[in-house]
Design a protein around this ligand. Structure first.
Ligand code: SIN
Length: 282
């Protein structure tokens, strides 16, 4: 198979790139090496003009390792790790609004998330991303030293928005499941993690999932967690992906947070998601 030369077009100053000129169904290992290098370089890659079946998405995800299980949405028939994110015209709440990294409340959260656009609104419905490595590197030496030994306690409970059950109850277009048990999903991870392939350090906590710092109360932890989130989401650490049907965006879930923008009321949006590559944050 001939090697393709892919176009990698940066989306913003800190992170994110658009990729053109590749068909993920028909790529050689050398082609994938270029895509993977872009993923390592840019942390978020929006690969345009793909026509992907559920199996094709699973095959791309397998490049990062085993699939991760998402506990709160039923998977597609025959593809339990893949699920659809749908917001119907009649719905007002979206899934994935608010800054977070995916499933940090699991013991082995995913290295990568793959999100494939099936139907997008004519305007709006973009996803924002922020660069947790750039945010870490911009900290003072004193703050870096203070964070180094700290661990965050991550919960799926979404207590800050009234609990996951109530929060998801307003999302009608999706096959939501098991939200009663959300608070039993809890994991302790370092507040600053090191990325194996690059040696980079990244802030690893979010207002959405990190309830407190291990050994501190929620009240004691909140000012620092809030400050870290405000710092990490500064404009210069962000990019946004504007979706078109056929865009597959892959983000590094270890080095970014994301937030789905809910600015397309009365319009339908349909995406398909896979998380992949269980990792032990260290
Ligand atoms: C998510 O948080 O996985 C959803 C992101 C999106 O729909 O843009």
């Amino acid at each position: 198979m001939a090697t393709t030369t892919i176009d990698v077009i940066p989306l913003a100053g800190s992170l994110g790139a658009e990729i053109r000129g590749i068909d993920l169904r028909r790529m050689s290992n050398q082609d994938w090496a270029q895509v993977h290098q872009a993923f390592l370089d840019h942390k978020v890659i929006a690969i345009r003009d793909q026509v992907l079946s559920p199996q094709d998405i699973m095959d791309v995800g397998a490049r990062f390792g085993e699939p991760n299980h998402y506990p709160f949405v039923k998977g597609l028939d025959g593809f339990p790790f893949l699920f659809d994110i749908v917001k119907e015209e009649s719905e007002t709440r979206n899934f994935g609004g608010g800054w977070h990294s995916d499933t940090t409340y699991m013991q082995t959260p995913p290295l990568a998330t793959l999100l494939y656009a099936i139907e997008t609104p004519p305007r709006g419905g973009d996803t924002l991303y922020c660069d947790m490595v750039a945010a870490y590197e911009a900290l003072s030496d004193g703050m870096k030293a203070m964070l180094a030994p700290l661990k965050g306690v991550n919960s799926a409970g979404l207590k800050h928005v009234g609990g996951r059950k109530a929060h998801h109850a307003a999302i009608g277009g999706m096959s939501i499941t098991g939200t009663e048990e959300a608070e039993t999903f809890e994991a302790v991870h370092p507040l600053v993690r090191t990325i194996a392939e690059t040696g980079q350090k990244a802030i690893y906590c979010s207002r959405g999932h990190t309830t407190h710092i291990e050994g501190m109360t929620e009240e004691e932890s909140r000012p620092l967690l809030d400050w870290l989130q405000a710092h990490a989401t500064r404009q210069e650490f962000t990019c946004r992906v504007n979706w078109k049907p056929g865009t597959l965006t892959i983000w590094d879930n270890r080095r970014t947070m994301h937030s789905a923008i809910n600015d397309y009321q009365g319009m339908r949006r349909h995406m398909r998601r896979l998380t992949s590559g269980p990792t032990h944050p260290v």
